[in-house]
Design a binder for this molecule. Sequence first.
Ligand code: 2AM
Ligand code: CA
Length: 267
Amino acid sequence: MHPMLNIAIRAARKAGNHIAKSLEKTDSIHVSSKGLNDLVTNIDKEAEAIIIETIKASYPDHCFAGEELGLAEGRDKECQWIIDPLDGTANFVRGLPHYAVSIALKMRGRMEVACVYDPMRNELFTATRGQGAQLNSQRIRASQPRDLTGTIIATGFPFKAKQHSESYINILGSVFADCADVRRAGSAALDLCYVAAGRVDGFFEFGLKPWDIAAGDLIAREAGAIVTDFSGNTNYLASGNIVCGNARVVKPLLSKIRAHGNEGMLK
Ligand code: 2AM
Ligand code: CA
């Protein structure tokens, strides 16, 4: 195994165990608001500190970009860890057992290793560039539908950008008309991993942050899915607008997004 993936897994499991343990004493969980419809808890912050401490013990010179603690520059500018300590915080604070720790390493501008750990199901999704994707060490592959017929498509609602609700609902209506059904589970990292595992056939969402999708992106691509932004290009980490699935799913999703999306969301 890639030594850096090994460290990522160690950090993700430690953070995941901390999150799971916190459920045993719920009065130790303190929720605060970062902005409109955007929650954070002390557990998110503690989990991120655990991840950074674990990685730093092996790679003290690397750089870090985390959802809660922000940027930390190191001497080695070629290696940056992109961390979401708890993707799905809104689920976590309500006791909905669907969230994950997400860790990716970007090396010289490319995702090199990634892991997403779901502590509720003890599911570990991993990938190393060029070496495929795994769920609990078993190889996973994205599904290969011929078009949207019969597919289940995951998505997320624009909870932070409600001015785009109407366009979003029009896109969703058009997708729903052609696929079998839709899921909105609340963790973009797990949505991408579920595409990788063939549990859903496609995923689209807009306005995400790099830490929500950095690890899931590599895992989905290594499982044979394609990942694009709303223009069909690869600028999704910067724009936060993402479409994922096999080519025959991504193509109709993109054309529906372009047909019904407004200009403000089509970046
Ligand atoms: P987070 O839990 O790390 O913030 C799904 O729509 C994505 O949006 C998740 O990856 C989640 O990441 C983020 N998100 C933030 N606030 C949310 C909310 N109120 N409801 C759903 N998702 C939210
Ligand atoms: Ca997140």
